[in-house]
Design a protein around this ligand. Structure first.
Ligand SMILES: [Zn+2]
Ligand SMILES: [Zn+2]
Ligand SMILES: [Zn+2]
Length: 334
């Protein structure tokens, strides 16, 4: 099988170049053998080691216990609100975007216990973490200098994680990043032409033929992306049209937790060591995208190396068709 697919939202081109002889498991066995397990004794995210992180921005606690979720500034931030903006010196073709360095970088510690993945938390704990995402988005939306907040998880060495204790990261940006600009642009164009949200349309089609469906519940649908960049790339999309993750209800937080856990559990059941990136895409602040944008998560397992072709062209080669990937994930959940 060899097919060039175009992502329906951003137009990204992906070659589905499947070797029929390979099994869906082959792509998940890569990497991470070199990640020595970290011990809770040296883990700065474990309860009792709070002094090893900067002071918390937010702590969620139950009346009877210590904290349950903690949000702290990243000790080694990629961005900081206190950074001096770099002013371009000349008019050369090498443009530096003057405001970009200003922002903030936070770590969301998902549990006081030393566990490594979202599958080891209870559904209530995962839902609580999702509500902390919602809370931080609401908090940052009140900063006039912040336009977009990127929330993501890196799990496993191949996905860029340096600490194994379950955590998410948040980067607050003064501008809308290119990946979101591309999605907004396509979605706005589609809406102008068809008076419909393109994500709702994709969801309707995925549900109707079911070829790439992985899981669904009352509020969410998970399906392998039509033009997935990597084997098993899966999107989690709310059934109800909504541009902003900040509008998530408490009931939806439980349903979303269930879908994420089920998906990661299925991926894990196919291999002992899984690396993945889970990324939230939501509307920028103060952007009138309510009609045409639709928040979602993209989960990309990191099982093939990005190499010269990808770096050189911005295109991808995916050696496992999204249809076979979905079938394998559905089978492993049973
Ligand atoms: Zn820990
Ligand atoms: Zn929609
Ligand atoms: Zn997206």
């Amino acid at each position: 099988m060899f097919e060039l697919r175009r992502d329906p939202i951003v137009g990204r081109q992906v070659f589905i170049a499947e070797d029929r002889a390979s099994r869906p498991n082959d792509f998940l066995e890569r990497d991470s053998a070199d990640s020595a397990d970290q011990s809770p004794a040296d883990c700065p995210f474990c309860a009792g080691h709070e002094e090893q992180t900067p002071e918390a921005e937010l702590e969620v606690s139950a009346a009877t216990s210590s904290w349950q979720v903690r949000v702290v500034p990243n000790k080694f931030p990629a961005l900081s609100l206190n950074q001096q903006a770099f002013a371009p010196q000349d008019t050369s073709s090498l443009e530096s975007v003057p405001q970009m360095p200003l922002g903030a970088h936070e770590v969301i510690i998902e549990t006081p216990r030393h566990v490594q993945d979202i599958t080891e938390l209870s559904p209530d704990e995962v839902a609580r973490v999702l509500r902390v995402y919602r809370q931080r988005l609401r908090d940052w939306s009140e900063h006039d200098s912040i336009r977009y907040v990127s929330i993501f998880k890196n799990v496993g060495v191949a996905a860029g994680a340096s600490l194994e204790h379950a955590h998410s990261q948040l980067i607050a940006l003064p501008d809308v990043p290119p990946a979101i600009i591309a999605e907004l642009g396509s979605a706005e164009y589609y809406f102008a032409k068809h008076r419909k949200c393109i994500f709702c349309q994709v969801l309707t089609e995925e549900l109707s033929h079911g070829k790439r469906l992985v899981f669904e519940n009352e509020s969410f649908v998970a399906f392998c992306a039509y033009a997935g960049r990597q084997p098993y790339e899966t999107w989690i999309v709310p059934r109800d049209h909504n541009a902003q993750f900040e509008h998530l209800t408490n009931e939806e937080s439980l349903q979303l937790a269930a879908v994420i856990q089920r998906l990661v559990r299925s991926l894990r059941s196919r291999l002992s060591r899984l690396s993945y990136n889970l990324m939230l895409h939501t509307s920028p602040f103060r952007q009138d995208a309510a009609d045409y944008y639709h928040w979602h998560f993209e989960l990309v397992p990191r099982c093939t190396q990005l190499a010269g072709f990808e770096w050189g062209t911005g295109m991808f080669i995916n050696p496992l068709s999204p249809e076979r990937a979905a079938a394998a994930l559905v089978a492993s959940a049973q």
